[in-house]
Design a protein around this ligand. Structure first.
Ligand SMILES: Nc1ncnc2c1ncn2[C@@H]1O[C@H](COP(=O)(O)OP(=O)(O)OP(=O)(O)O)[C@@H](O)[C@H]1O
Length: 275
């Protein structure tokens, strides 16, 4: 399924398309964790992008891109338009490559697309692209229902998570009446409640206040999920296992966060001097 989020058709179409993609990716008939547990028990521990070609807006972005990782905390950095969001959208099948193969823990993101919503959780930069239900509890309960819980069980699970987070009073609040940061927090919880094995966060911090941001960072470090984080704030990668710098669709540097950040900043300094 090629990505239909067309820049060319204007921002309104983009919002509608992203919301539809988000709904579809959460709505696909997801196997229940209980039934599928043996299947989830790692075909592989790695996430693999193998010789991928990807075109966006009729221009080539990735040509024979290959990447593989097993580390549980991985970051992606790069300038605007370098290909970070496109790369992570390959990992849950939101974008299909023209050539090559992408697999997550051994599962092919195209051939086994129906497994992806339960395997890979995706937190978008803009919460409005993700929210589809009128109230907070319904938003959270939806993910539980997709995992096989009854509507009643799902509401209980949603309320339990909100209580654990100290925000039980939000349950019946209309999502349209939340602030941007509160919406982002609900989006994050609506993905976490599905307990994906890989959690992808694309610029999640932009509208979060300091306490919520710290809470999210602590969660990233404490969870047993694999995390792939895109952020322009380089300080968040301090304790990450690996950092990958993408530039114009190519991997410019890949390794320990300190080393990659040093190389990236040196390149930016060089660019500023030559401007
Ligand atoms: N929905 C889309 N349709 C067509 N082209 C797209 C679409 N989304 C991104 N592109 C193009 O793909 C290229 C990579 O964009 P991408 O969003 O992956 O970059 P990014 O590194 O995430 O950028 P940013 O830091 O600005 O979010 C850009 O040239 C962009 O114009």
């Amino acid at each position: 399924m090629p990505d239909k989020g067309g820049y060319t058709l204007g921002p309104l179409f983009n919002v509608v398309a992203n919301t539809a993609v988000s709904w579809f990716s959460r709505k696909q008939k997801t196997p229940t964790l209980a039934h599928e547990a043996p299947l989830y028990a790692s075909l592989s521990d790695s996430i693999c992008i193998e010789q991928v070609d990807l075109q966006r807006a009729n221009s080539p972005l990735f040509l024979q891109l290959s990447l593989r990782w097993e580390e549980s905390r991985v970051g992606l950095i790069g300038n605007n338009g370098s290909g970070k969001s496109s790369l992570v959208r390959l990992l849950n099948g939101l974008i299909t490559p023209q050539q090559g193969r992408v697999s997550v823990f051994g599962y092919d993101t195209v051939k086994q697309a129906a497994l992806m919503p339960a395997l890979v959780g995706f937190i978008f930069q803009n919460p409005d692209h993700q929210m589809i239900f009128p109230t907070v509890a319904e938003e959270l309960a939806f993910g539980c229902e997709q995992l096989g819980q009854s509507a009643q069980q799902a509401r209980v699970s949603a309320l339990a998570l909100l209580t654990e987070q100290g925000i039980a009073s939000w349950a019946d609040r209309p999502v349209t009446q939340l602030s941007e940061g509160q919406k982002q927090r609900v989006c994050i919880l609506s993905v976490l409640i599905m307990k994906p094995r890989l959690l992808i966060l694309d610029e999640p911090f932009s509208s979060l206040d300091l306490p919520t941001r710290r809470q999210l960072l602590a969660l990233i470090h404490s969870t047993d999920m694999h995390v792939l984080l895109i952020s322009h704030d380089l300080s968040v990668y301090a304790d990450f296992d690996r950092l990958i710098w993408v530039d114009e669709g190519q991997i410019k540097a890949d390794g320990a966060p300190d080393d990659v950040i040093r190389t990236y900043l040196a390149a930016i300094d060089k660019l500023s001097v030559s401007l």
